[in-house]
Design a protein around this ligand. Structure first.
Ligand code: MG
Length: 164
């Protein structure tokens, strides 16, 4: 087996009239993230990191926002689908680490549950999933609370004879 690493980044706009889902957790807030699915930026970044690690195309190609199948779908479904792709390729997720960048709301109280949601969807132990959070120190679009960004890395053990 060889260890492959992938990177992911995502950002969604904060708007009124949408629910805020981050890491699979519904968080009470004045605004939610705009998008075709539930717009869970953290999960989308994790999806791209996992897809990158196994040499796949990005989440936008995998789950197109023109496909009605993914309209308003919970992003944990994307993780479940990617977990199947990794299993088909006989891969094993080593670890995931991620950072949410949001000015508000407070993320820390929800991190434990987010780790559980992500781990459950991927069928891995919660210790495999790292989630951290920071603000943007009031600077830029995140600082102005116009959006929330997330970045992630993932490492996956893959059979050495796998063709990419
Ligand atoms: Mg996204």
């Amino acid at each position: 087996m060889i260890c492959k690493v992938g990177i992911g980044y995502d950002v969604h706009q904060l708007v009124v009239g949408r629910k805020l889902y981050l890491g699979g957790v519904l968080i009470p807030h004045t605004h939610g993230l705009e998008g075709h699915s539930d717009a869970d930026a953290l999960i989308h970044a994790i999806c791209d990191a996992l897809l990158g690690a196994v040499g796949e195309v990005d989440i936008g190609h995998f789950f197109p926002n023109t496909d009605p199948r993914w309209k308003d779908v919970r992003s944990t479904v994307f993780l479940e689908e990617i977990s199947k792709v990794i299993a088909l390729r006989k891969g094993k997720i080593v670890n995931i680490d991620s950072t949410l960048i949001a000015e508000a709301p407070k993320i820390a109280p929800h991190i434990k549950e987010m780790k559980q949601q992500v781990a459950n969807a991927l069928n891995v132990r919660t210790e495999v999933v790292g989630i951290k959070a920071t603000t943007n120190e009031t600077m830029g679009f995140v600082g102005r609370r116009e959006g929330i960004a997330a970045m992630a890395v993932a490492s996956v053990y893959m059979p050495e004879d796998q063709e990419y």
